[in-house]
Write a protein that binds this ligand. Structure first.
Ligand code: OAD
Length: 239
C-alpha cells in the first residue's frame, strides 16, 4: 500500500531543545543582533567581517549541538509515512537525525557561496568541522568574497516552488515551532489541499491564515512530535 505523505514546515522552535535560540521570542536572537545588520545584503555590504564572524559563531554552536527527540521522532516516522521536511532552519539537525527529504527554504549554515553569484553551484561549498571558521576576507572560486549560503531578508527564496509542490501533494500537513511571521515561507500553508488535516505544534499561540482548520498540539517539539505520531498512528488503525 502507498504510504501517506506527511509534509512538515519547521521553524526555529524545532531546534530550541537542541540549544538554539528562536528569533522572535523574548530574549531571542534578533533582540541581541539587529536583523538588518546580520541578515540582509545591506548588512553584508556594510560590514562583511562582522557578518562573517556572526555566522562563524552560529557554526561553532551547531557543531556542538545534537538533534533533539523531536528531530529524531520525525526521522523515524519515515518508516510509516512518506515524509518531507520543509524547514526555515539553517541548521542540519533534521539531516543528522536521519530525515532523508529536507528542503531548506532559508539556506544552510554549513554552506558558503560567492557573494557575486550566491546561487552559482560551482561556488557553493560545504564546510566541515575543520574549515567551519571562515577567515575574514576569504574568497569564492570566482574571486568574490565568500558569504554564508543563507537567504537573507530581501532575497528571493529559490526552493519555494519545490516546497509548494510538496505541500500541495500532502495527505497530512504539520507546522512545528514557527511564528509564521516570515513570508513567503508562512504562505505555504495556503497550498494545503482542502480537507487535508493540519496540525500545529508550538508551546505558544500562533496565528494561522484565517479559515484554516487546525489541530493544535500545545507542546514543545520533542513531546509534540511524539503526540502527532501517536495521533496519526491511531487514525491509521481506525476501520
Ligand atoms: P520565530 O522565532 O519567529 O518563532 C519561533 C516559534 O517557535 C515561536 O512560535 C515559539 O513559540 C516556538 N517555540 C519556542 N520554543 C519551542 C519548542 N521548544 N518547541 C516548539 N516550538 C517552540 O522563528 P521562525 O518562525 O523560525 O530567517 O522564524 C522564521 C525566520 O525568521 C527564520 O528562518 C529566520 C528568521 O529571521 C532567516 O534568518 C533568513
Amino acid at each position: 500500500m502507498k504510504k501517506k505523505k506527511l509534509v512538515v514546515l519547521t521553524g526555529a522552535g524545532m531546534s530550541a531543545e537542541s540549544g538554539f535560540e528562536t528569533f522572535r521570542d523574548a530574549g531571542g536572537l534578533w533582540e541581541r543582533y539587529p536583523v538588518e545588520q546580520v541578515a540582509t545584503p545591506e548588512g553584508w555590504a556594510a560590514d562583511p567581517a562582522m557578518v562573517t564572524g556572526f555566522y562563524n559563531g552560529l557554526r561553532r554552536q551547531l557543531l556542538a549541538a545534537r538533534p533533539n527527540e523531536g528531530h529524531c521522532r520525525l526521522a523515524g516516522m519515515e518508516s510509516d509515512m512518506d515524509v518531507c521536511v520543509v524547514t526555515q532552519n539553517v541548521d542540519d539537525l533534521h539531516e543528522r537525525a536521519g530525515s532523508t527529504n529536507v528542503i531548506h527554504l532559508h539556506g544552510e549554515l554549513m554552506k558558503v557561496c560567492s557573494s557575486a553569484h550566491p546561487d552559482d553551484p560551482r561556488c557553493i561549498r560545504t564546510l566541515g568541522p575543520d574549515d567551519a571558521e571562515v577567515p575574514v576576507g576569504a574568497t569564492a572560486a570566482d574571486g568574490s568574497l565568500l558569504r554564508p549560503w543563507i537567504v537573507w531578508f530581501g532575497e528571493a527564496v529559490p526552493r519555494l516552488e519545490a516546497a509548494a509542490r510538496e505541500v500541495e501533494t500532502a495527505d497530512v500537513f504539520a507546522i512545528i515551532g514557527t511564528s509564521l511571521n516570515v513570508y513567503p515561507a508562512a504562505g505555504l500553508v495556503r497550498y494545503v489541499r482542502p480537507g487535508v488535516p493540519v496540525y500545529l505544534i508550538d508551546p505558544n499561540p500562533v496565528r494561522l491564515p484565517s479559515g484554516c482548520p487546525v489541530t493544535v498540539i500545545r507542546d514543545v517539539a520533542s513531546k509534540g512530535v511524539a503526540r502527532l505520531h501517536e495521533a496519526l498512528s491511531r487514525q491509521e488503525k481506525k476501520p
